[in-house]
Write a protein that binds this ligand. Structure first.
Ligand SMILES: [Zn+2]
Length: 177
């Protein structure tokens, strides 16, 4: 079965800039559409959404959905559904927070949304501080990557500390090694 976007959504093109617009209103929490799952890829492109640590799906028309630092939808990659995060009016553009699905993007860009909380560099969750990420809905694979990164940092720090202590001991007592 091929999933395409429902007829209630449409792609708008302005100066070659594409966006996904709704022709119907949605209530906060309402399901907008499923995320397509037919073509999987093991690397990100401009037309994929990351759904697991090494899994990306080509999302067809949904690839026209732009990033926002104050998005009106979330892409839930566990349930493979797009949800409205607040009430959305007819004619509004649908947006989501790219780092909520993307760990490391293939084509980073600068966000010019102008919001006070704008993250500016949209390159994936890996490049954002935890204090920023904690304000957003994040998918499971992003949380897993964050935990692994923190654990690796902890591991490196412990190793550095141990090496440092070892070097100090060796300096004081050259016979010990
Ligand atoms: Zn922004």
């Amino acid at each position: 079965m091929t999933i395409t976007i429902p007829s209630t959504l449409t792609i708008r093109t302005q100066n070659k800039f594409r966006s996904l617009v709704t022709k119907q209103a949605y209530k906060a929490g309402e399901i907008i559409c499923p995320i397509p799952t037919e073509s999987m890829s093991n690397k990100p492109t401009m037309y994929t959404v990351q759904i697991g640590r090494t899994k990306h799906v080509e999302v067809k028309e949904l690839a026209s959905m732009n990033h926002s630092c104050n998005p009106n939808t979330i892409l839930d990659t566990t349930r493979m559904l797009v949800f409205a995060t607040r009430d959305i009016a007819v004619g509004e553009e649908l947006t989501f927070f790219y780092p909520s699905t993307e760990w490391e993007m293939s084509a980073p860009f600068i966000c010019l949304c102008g919001a006070p909380n704008c993250i500016h560099v949209v390159a994936g969750a890996r490049f954002l501080p935890l204090s920023t990420l904690e304000n957003y809905y994040l998918n499971r694979h992003i949380r897993e990557e964050m935990i692994e990164l923190l654990n690796n940092t902890e591991y490196l720090l412990t190793n550095m500390e141990r090496d440092h202590i070892h070097a100090q001991i060796s300096k004081r007592n050259p016979s010990a090694s």
